[in-house]
Design a protein around this ligand. Structure first.
Ligand SMILES: [Zn+2]
Length: 457
C-alpha cells in the first residue's frame, strides 16, 4: 500500500474497477481491479489493489458495502486537457478554413471577435463552448477570449459555474492594421489586463499577448512585467506559419529569433504555454527547455490552415513540456479526441515523408492529451493522472453505452480488461474510431464547485 496515507479528510466516494492513465515512466498504464478513494475535498486519498479493500476500509473509515463497482465494460481515465482553444471562435468552428493564417485572421477572426463587446452574444457563445468541451471530456481548458475585459470575465464565470478548470486570457493587442476598431491602445491593454486579474476558484487569469505581430515591443514588455509581478500564467502563439515567422523578423529585427522576441520581454517562463511552434529551430527549443516554457501542439489547426507540421518527436527529444490543443476555430473540432487522432495522423505523414522517422504511438499521444497537457499548463500538481493528493478529475467511460459510437463485436461481451497487447489495441480502437464519443463519456468531476453545480441544476 505504497500510495496510501493516513487520511486528512473523510472519504466521500470509493470506486472499484479499471483505471487507465499515464505516468512519467509509462505512457499508458492500465490498472485493473483497483480501488480509488476520494476525500471530501475531492482529492484522491488512495489508489490501491482491490484485494486491499478490508484494510483500506479500516484505515480510511469507509464501509466496504458503499464502494461503487464499475461494470466490466467501464473504465476511468483522466479528464482531457485542452491547452489551446479560442472560446469566441467557437461560433464559426468548421467554416472559413480557406485561407492561410494572416489572411484568415484579418478576414474572419478579427471581425467576429470584435462582436464580443456585446455581453449577451458573448454569454451565448461562451456557454455553448464550455458545455460542448465538457461533453467532449475536456475537464481543463486554456482559453483565449477577446480584447473585451467584461466578456473575458464572463467566460471565467461560466467555466467556473459549470465546473470546468480553466485558464482564461483577455487578449492583448495594440497593433492591428486590418480591422482598426479591434485593438486597444497600449495603456488600455495594460489597465484592462490588470482589471482582468481576478480569480474564480477553478479559473486562473492568463496574460495573453495575441502574438508578436499584434503587439508593440512596449506592450510585450509591460505584459511580461505584469505576469512577473503577479506570478501569472502566460499564453501566446509562436512559429505557426512561414509568412508569420517572416513578418516577426521584419517587425523585430533586433531579435535573434521569434522565441527571442518573447524571451527578451520576459514572456517565457515555466508558466508559459505557446501554441504551435512548427518552425522552431533546435536553438529555440533549447531556450524553451531552459526557461521551462511549454508548447501546445494543435494538429487540426496546423493542417486546416495549411500552416505546417510540428515534429513532436524532436520537441520531446529536447525535453520541452508539450500538450495538445484543439485551437478552435483554426482547428474545426472542439474535441480533444480529434486532437489525439490528428496528432497521430501528422506523425504518420512525417513518417511517410521520411521512413526513418519514429512515429508517435497512440500511448504517447494519450499521455500528451492528459498528463502532458497538465504539465504544459503547470497544473500537474492538481490534475493529469491518478495520483494521491491530486484532484479526482476523471472521465467515466462506458464503452457499451446505449447509442454509443462503439460496436462491441466479441461474443463474450464487452471488456476493458487487459489481455496483453489486445487490450491496448482495443482502447486505441475505441478512441481512434469514435466520431461521436460524447455519448460514452460520463463526467465524474469531484470537487466542491462541481458538486454544487450538480446540486443547483
Ligand atoms: Zn490559436
Amino acid at each position: 500500500m505504497a500510495n496510501s496515507n493516513r487520511p486528512n479528510a473523510d472519504i466521500s466516494h470509493v470506486y472499484r474497477g479499471t483505471f487507465i492513465h499515464s505516468t512519467q515512466q509509462t505512457a499508458l498504464q492500465i490498472l485493473e481491479d483497483t480501488l480509488l478513494g476520494v476525500d471530501t475535498d475531492g482529492k484522491i486519498a488512495f489508489i490501491e489493489k482491490g484485494a486491499e479493500l478490508n484494510q483500506l476500509s479500516q484505515i480510511f473509515g469507509f464501509n466496504p458495502s458503499e464502494v461503487t463497482q464499475l461494470a466490466q465494460h467501464e473504465l476511468f481515465m483522466p479528464g482531457l486537457v485542452d491547452t489551446h482553444i479560442h472560446a469566441p471562435q467557437y461560433c464559426y468552428a468548421g467554416t472559413a478554413l480557406d485561407m492561410p493564417l494572416l489572411q484568415w485572421l484579418n478576414t474572419y477572426t478579427f471581425p467576429v471577435e470584435s462582436r464580443f463587446k456585446d455581453l449577451e452574444f458573448a454569454h451565448r457563445v461562451y456557454t455553448q463552448v464550455v458545455q460542448r468541451t465538457l461533453r467532449n471530456g475536456t475537464t481543463t481548458a486554456c482559453y483565449f477570449a477577446t480584447i473585451h475585459t467584461d466578456a473575458s470575465l464572463l467566460l471565467g464565470q461560466i467555466a467556473n459555474d459549470f465546473g470546468q478548470r480553466a485558464l482564461v486570457g483577455k487578449v492583448c493587442m495594440d497593433r492591428n492594421n486590418s480591422v482598426k476598431h479591434y485593438k486597444e491602445t497600449n495603456q488600455e491593454s495594460q489597465e484592462e489586463t490588470c482589471r482582468w486579474v481576478s480569480t474564480y476558484p477553478l479559473v486562473r487569469p492568463v496574460v495573453t499577448p495575441r502574438f508578436a505581430p499584434s503587439c508593440t515591443g512596449a506592450l510585450l514588455g509591460q505584459l511580461g512585467a505584469i505576469a512577473k509581478n503577479n506570478n501569472l500564467h502566460i499564453q501566446s502563439h509562436i512559429s505557426e506559419n512561414v509568412e508569420e515567422v517572416k513578418l516577426v523578423k521584419e517587425l523585430f529585427p533586433e531579435s535573434e529569433s521569434y522565441t527571442d522576441v518573447y524571451h527578451k520581454y520576459n514572456l517565457l517562463t515555466d508558466k508559459t504555454v505557446m501554441a504551435h511552434g512548427c518552425y522552431l529551430t533546435d536553438a529555440e527549443l533549447a531556450l524553451f527547455r531552459e526557461t521551462g516554457a511549454s508548447l501546445s501542439h494543435c494538429p487540426n489547426s496546423n493542417i486546416s490552415l495549411c500552416s505546417g507540421m510540428l515534429d513532436v518527436r524532436n520537441v520531446l527529444k529536447h525535453k520541452v513540456k508539450l500538450g495538445l490543443g484543439t485551437d478552435v476555430a483554426g482547428g474545426y473540432s472542439a474535441s480533444m479526441l480529434d486532437a489525439v487522432r490528428r496528432a497521430l495522423d501528422t506523425s504518420k505523414v512525417l513518417t511517410i515523408q521520411d521512413p526513418e522517422y519514429e512515429t508517435l504511438t497512440f500511448e504517447e499521444v494519450f499521455r500528451l492529451a492528459t498528463l502532458g497537457g497538465s504539465h504544459a499548463l503547470s497544473l500537474d500538481d492538481q490534475t493529469g493522472n491518478f495520483e494521491v493528493g491530486k484532484d479526482f478529475d476523471a472521465l467515466r467511460v462506458n464503452v457499451a453505452a446505449a447509442g454509443g459510437p462503439i460496436d462491441m463485436i466479441q461474443c463474450e461481451g464487452p471488456k476493458v480488461r487487459s489481455i496483453g497487447l489486445n487490450e491496448c489495441a482495443h482502447i486505441s480502437t475505441l478512441i481512434n474510431k469514435s466520431t461521436t464519443f460524447d455519448f460514452s463519456f460520463m463526467l465524474i468531476y469531484h470537487h466542491f464547485n462541481f458538486r454544487l453545480f450538480w446540486k443547483n441544476s
